[in-house]
Write a protein that binds this ligand. Structure first.
Ligand code: COA
Ligand code: AMP
Length: 633
């Protein structure tokens, strides 16, 4: 049944260079690459080494050259502000090349870093593409991160310029960006040259010239600028993601491989053609937003929807159906949590029945495990295929998926389908041998990774090698665990590090622990991701106080919650801290986080043989019951 897919897949694994050479023919090159893959220095592989191209040219100019300049490139819809707008490829190119000129006028040139900290407005997309146009490396920071996180990204990237807006809108509150940015600039050791701020109408803020300039002002004096020729292995962007400590990892994307791979995915994975209307309901601050709000749909010449809203509360649980119906969206890509939120508010789909979704063909889910109940609920309601696919910030595109543009495969609920062409996925057991079908282990990908994946970490080659490429020689360690079944379907079960997934957002429990440890009354702590019906996981903190502290526990909990919100940001969704007497540990002093998590999730657990004092576990259980985390049965 999957003959065509199997043939293409096998070919991509056996002859990767031929496979990606063919795909590379579909993009614009100033100079075509003569070398497809340089394997001389593993694990650092180079795709299309001597090719010369430009990301922005492939996103915009190419479509105008091909006579499609009048086609709509971007549809913007903001249910909170009531604003809507649309841009043809020609109009978007004009805005982008003007802002590129403005960046130039502020001293930004090829290789400089530009931080973009913005809400979901067209100017954010324009800023990203403008950087690409002049060869500057953008680093977009999600608006839900606090100043401290923004400061660490300014420091690590050594950005020259920061682009922001006066505010963003969350349901029920306005997020004032300027004070957050001011604080980040104050905290950062590296000093940026300038802040460019887009004044949202009706929410203008005061700027302190000459270091702070308004978007409108610099654009009004700018000249349109052409695309700069870029070597394939220069970097398009840095996207920081949670690592196992508080120091985020700068995932970098090189230029040629990114364009080739992402363009290939639109047809082959998503069955999307030139001119189709595509919507990714994510945020440009995440990898899904980078790849599937901005780059891939524009490389393919589609119309992409930019939605500044939420699945519920903007204004109701019909918001997604309205967008799909108003813009005749063909396919939607979002995180399962968005559908769980809609299902919670409107389980019978009453809002759904008000809209015409006759043009809608498929729903793609990723970012966290898609639970079978949610998939089945969505299938019943939408009557279209609902496809779970698995990927990571590191890869920028799906590692496993139903490749609907090649051949539709059957759904196995709970599995993220098969490895996508380009990825040779294996499972390795704890004894370091390859697993047989259905045996659990670490999920790894045989090197080299395909184009578009991360060639290294920003200025951290050694960290790249040690973190990802050293556990199993010749393999990339995904830090996901699971199994592959007898039909080649991949089942992602859990992370093997301390990353948790909260509403499709990737967070490090280690980073939250670092913040809690800074509280002056806290002696030690553990942060766990516990199961949550809406967000998949939610972090909770357990803290042990220093001897002699006699402050009210409730005050300490509140202070801890506030510290995490202030240091990491509201996105951590960190609301629960429980003061406990002691933490369960092994005799060698390791905190038994896995066991506590099982107790909190009310699933069976074995008494760890190495535990120093088994009575602590029943104490913790009582504490969780007292704090309504666990029901008393
Ligand atoms: N700027 C500032 N704050 C933000 C923000 C942003 N861009 N995005 C989220 N936040 C804030 C929220 O307002 C909330 O703050 P609060 O504690 O004051 O209420 C907090 O961060 C947590 O946000 P979130 O986890 O998104 O929870 P929510 O209750 O606001 O919304 C969902 C829940 C399910 C509706 C929402 O997570 C969602 O739409 N998810 C869709 C999936 C998605 O986008 N995934 C991204 C990867 S694909
Ligand atoms: P991020 O880098 O933020 O995209 O998060 C990547 C992580 O999200 C992966 O390593 C997985 O743990 C999880 N993830 C993403 N997609 C899926 C999926 N379809 N099924 C299960 N887990 C997923």
């Amino acid at each position: 049944m999957t003959k065509k897919f199997n043939e293409i897949y096998q070919n991509s694994i056996k002859n990767p260079e031929e496979f990606w050479l063919e795909a590379s023919d579909n993009i614009f090159w100033f100079k075509k690459p003569s070398k497809i893959l340089n394997k001389s220095n593993p694990p650092f592989y180079k795709w299309f080494e001597d090719g010369v191209t430009n990301t922005c040219y492939n996103a915009l100019d190419i479509h105008i050259d091909q006579g499609n300049g009048k086609r709509t490139a971007l549809l913007y819809d903001s249910p909170i502000t009531g604003n809507k707008n649309k841009f043809s490829y020609e109009q978007l190119k004009s805005k982008v090349s003007k802002f590129a000129g403005a960046l130039n006028s502020q001293g930004v040139s090829k290789g400089d870093r530009v931080i973009i900290y913005m809400p979901m407005i067209p100017e954010a997309v324009i800023a990203m593409l403008a950087c690409a146009r002049i060869g500057a490396i953008h680093s977009v920071v999600f608006g839900g991160f606090a100043s401290n996180e923004l400061a660490s990204r300014i420091d690590d990237s050594k950005a020259k310029i920061l682009v922001t807006a006066s505010c963003g809108f969350e349901p029920g509150r306005t997020v004032e960006y300027k004070p957050l940015v001011d604080e980040a600039i104050k905290q950062a050791k590296h000093k940026i040259d300038k802040m460019i701020l887009f004044q949202r109408p009706g929410h203008e803020v005061t700027l302190n010239a000459p270091k702070e300039v308004s978007w409108e002002e610099i654009v009004s004096n700018a000249k349109e600028t052409d695309c700069v020729e870029m070597n394939s292995n220069e970097f398009a962007y840095i996207l920081y993601t949670s690592g196992t400590t508080g120091t985020p990892k700068g995932i970098v994307r090189d230029i040629g491989g990114h364009i080739v791979a992402l363009k290939w995915t639109m047809k082959n994975i998503y069955n999307i053609n030139e001119g189709d209307i595509w919507w990714s309901a994510s945020d440009i601050g995440w990898i899904v937003g980078h790849s599937y709000i901005v780059y891939a749909p524009l490389f393919k010449g589609c119309t992409t929807v930019l939605f500044e809203g939420k699945p519920v509360g903007t204004p109701d649980a019909g918001a997604f159906w309205k967008i799909i119906s108003d813009y005749k969206v063909k396919s939607l890509f979002t995180a399962p949590t968005a559908f769980r939120a809609i299902k919670k508010e409107d389980p019978e789909g009453k809002f759904f029945s008000k809209y015409d979704l006759s043009k809608f063909e498929s729903l793609f889910l990723a970012g966290e495990r898609a639970d079978p109940d949610t998939i089945k609920w969505a299938e019943n309601l939408l009557k279209v295929p609902v496809i779970d696919h698995w990927w990571q910030t590191e890869t920028s595109w799906a590692i496993s998926s139903n490749c609907t543009g090649i051949e539709m495969m059957k759904t196995k609920y709970g599995s993220a389908c098969k490895a996508v062409p380009g990825y040779d996925v294996k499972v390795i057991k704890s004894d370091k041998t390859l697993a047989k079908p259905n045996e659990m282990g670490d999920i790894v990908v045989k090197l080299p990774l395909p184009p578009g994946t991360f060639p290294t970490l920003w200025r951290a080659d050694q960290r790249y090698k040690e973190n990802y490429m050293s556990s199993y020689e010749g393999y990339y360690q995904t830090y996901d665990a699971g199994h592959i079944d007898e039909d080649g379907y991949i089942w992602i079960m859990s992370r093997t590090d301390d990353i948790i997934n909260v509403a499709g957002h990737r967070l490090s429990t280690g980073a939250i622990e670092e913040v809690l440890s800074e509280h002056q009354s806290v002696a030690e702590c553990a942060v766990l991701g516990i199961a949550d019906k809406l967000k998949g996981q939610l972090p909770i903190g357990l803290v042990v106080l220093k001897a002699g502290v006699d402050k009210d526990n409730k005050i300490i909990s509140k202070e801890c919650v506030k510290m995490v919100r202030d240091k990491i940001g509201p996105v951590a969704a960190f609301k629960v801290v429980i003061v406990i007497k002691r933490l369960p540990k092994t005799r060698s002093g390791k905190i038994l986080r896995g066991t506590i998590r099982k107790i909190a999730d009310n699933v069976e657990y074995k008494m760890p043989p190495t535990i120093d004092d088994p009575t602590i576990l029943s104490e913790i259980k009582q504490d969780l019951i007292k704090n309504n985390i666990l029901k008393n049965e």
